[in-house]
Design a protein around this ligand. Structure first.
Ligand code: NAP
Length: 528
């Protein structure tokens, strides 16, 4: 492997600070990076399999949702045959990579974090163009990627240390964590840097080899991350970069008998399919495949009658419309106590009407476009259903953005939505908020828990007894009090949901790496 200098950071982990774009020097750095990256749009990128760059005839075009006529990157697409080869190359690379000491693996990740910091504004610019993230949203995504590259190596070093086992007389016992093997890493587009790089770095730092199949909507940012990993010293054959259509080559990777585990984040439908396919042993397969499946949400904020209504309005607005409502943690249901319902709606409508929509690279806009045409159509379809299921307060149609032809939608609020209606149950994944009236706190909690999901939630209340009750009864993986339900931080808010939101893992938490390892107990008889 490459022998760059090995630096081990053993200090406490702390989160990467977010960029303050009110500072002129940061604004000009971002403008300069956007300009530089704009000059690099439309380039072609290869696959990386077994350390070899491969180009194919069949191409995938990643486009800018703010200006769909702008191509961000053109990618060679992996066929099923190449996907099979990628798993086999990863299996071959595992033989040597699994023997690389943890200090070296950790050092590669720490160096990657340093490189991402160096190119932070450029990475954010790629996200602006490729995934329609505004400056602060793109910056937060990149900061989270840096956090994963700092947090997981610390965790890998910790796990490599002595593990507590009960002493037994006459024996020397130890427990060691060893890697699993080849992992298929299948991320979504909505945290195209953080989730893609988080799952990848967790797999790599624990000594697994990886087939990375980026989302077809965001392959460029994944390639940029792969380039930085290689620059940081990752051996070229350890990670296979394999863009391609999930439906066309995804099954090949998941089903392959040499695939040992799948780390997936995305929709419930695809996650369940992967779980089902992975569960069926294939000829020649000698293990039960591990699946880490992080899926959708239908997240709620409960606004109690004892809440600070202004704070709740702000928290709901940013949770519902930050990144156009396309966060798995986004608030798509506000459940509001009867007593303050009308006051809340009035203030919320006023607040939401102030949201400016337009190209993501223009910092004047709070909301950019939704990810693609299909997504826009699906969200508009839900809005039409919502207009029948409730009362449209604001929004409800494509946003008119002078001079821009992107996938823009108005932030939409639909009130008087009844529990169990379609827009109260199904994940819309766009800027659509359903507001539901609850007669009291009991009913509010009941409604909050009435979906098949259990990802994030929040409660606004000044009553500590109610908060304590919610802590016990609101069944979500990430629960927040008197603050927004988005913006989980690595280390501080280990992230992942219950029920149909996933396999109950916690990304950015202290037990996450265990999902990428298996424990081996070694016991030696000793005479004294
Ligand atoms: P998606 O459509 O399920 O796609 C996710 C990934 O799966 C993409 O890379 C996709 O590739 C791939 N894929 C599609 N079909 C496949 C198949 N048959 N086999 C293998 N891979 C396949 O989800 P998305 O639209 O990208 O992301 C949005 C969803 O992610 C939402 O439901 C959101 O709630 C969820 N999410 C959850 C979390 C969490 O932590 N729980 C975090 C973020 C997002 P293609 O792009 O090529 O189709």
């Amino acid at each position: 492997m490459a022998t760059a200098e090995v630096t081990i950071h053993r200090g406490e982990f702390s989160n990467e600070p977010l960029t303050d774009f009110s500072r002129p020097e940061n604004r000009s750095a971002m403008q300069a990076a956007l300009k530089k990256v704009a000059g690099e749009l439309g380039r072609e990128y290869p696959l990386l399999i077994g350390g070899e760059k491969i180009t194919t005839e069949d191409k995938l075009r990643s486009i800018n949702p703010s200006r769909p006529d702008q191509v961000v990157g053109i990618f060679s697409k992996a066929s099923a045959e190449l996907a099979k080869r990628a798993v086999e190359e990863a299996d071959r690379a595992f033989v040597t990579w699994k023997k690389v000491p943890v200090e070296q693996r950790a050092a590669i990740l720490f160096r990657t974090a340093e490189l991402i910091r160096k190119y932070k504004f450029e990475m954010s610019s790629w996200l602006c163009y490729e995934t329609g993230k505004t400056w602060p949203e793109a910056d937060a995504d990149v900061a989270e990627l840096i956090d994963f590259c700092e947090f997981y190596p610390r965790e890998a070093l910790r796990l490599a240390g002595p593990q507590p086992v009960t002493p037994i007389k006459g024996e020397k016992n130890q427990l060691v964590y060893i890697p699993l093997g080849v992992g298929a890493v299948i991320p979504p587009w909505n945290f195209a840097a953080a989730i893609m790089g988080g799952m990848t770095s967790a797999a790599l730092v624990t000594s697994n080899t990886v087939v990375l199949k980026p989302s077809s909507d965001s392959p460029t940012i994944a390639w940029k991350f792969v380039e930085l990993l290689l620059e940081a010293g990752l051996p070229r054959n350890v990670l296979q970069f394999c863009p391609g259509s999930g439906s066309a080559m995804g099954d090949t990777v998941v089903l392959h008998p040499k695939t040992r585990f799948v780390a997936f984040t995305g929709s419930k439908e695809v996650g369940l399919r992967i779980g089902e396919l992975a569960a069926k042993p294939q000829p020649g397969q000698v293990w039960i495949k591990r699946t880490v499946l992080e899926m959708g949400g239908k997240d709620a904020i409960v606004v109690d009658e004892e809440a600070d209504v202004d704070a709740a309005v702000e928290g709901v607005a940013v949770s519902a419309f930050g990144y156009q409502g396309q966060k798995c943690s986004a608030c798509s249901r506000a459940i509001v106590a009867e007593k303050i319902y009308d006051q809340f709606l009035e203030k919320l409508t006023e607040r939401v009407k102030k949201i400016k929509v337009g190209p993501a690279d223009d910092p004047a806009n709070y909301m950019g476009p939704v990810i693609n045409k299909g997504s826009m159509e699906s969200i508009l379809h839900y809005i039409e259903i919502g207009k029948k299921e409730g009362r449209l307060l604001t929004g409800g149609k494509p946003a008119e953005v002078p001079g821009a032809k992107g996938y823009y939608l108005e932030p939409t609020v639909i009130a008087d939505v009844k529990p169990n209606s379609k827009i109260e149950q199904e994940e819309i994944f766009g800027p659509v908020l359903a507001v539901i009236k609850a007669k009291d706190f009991d009913q509010a909690l009941e409604i909050a828990n009435d979906t098949e999901f259990g990802l994030t939630g929040a409660v606004y209340s000044r009553n500590p007894k109610k908060l304590r009750r919610a802590a016990e009864e609101f069944h979500v993986g990430n629960l927040y009090f008197n603050r927004k339900c988005t913006g989980a931080l690595v280390g501080g808010h280990p992230f992942g949901g219950f029920n149909m939101s996933g396999t109950d893992s916690k990304a950015g938490g202290r037990d996450y790496l265990l999902l990428f390892t298996q424990a081996k107990s070694v016991s030696e008889k000793v005479t004294n």
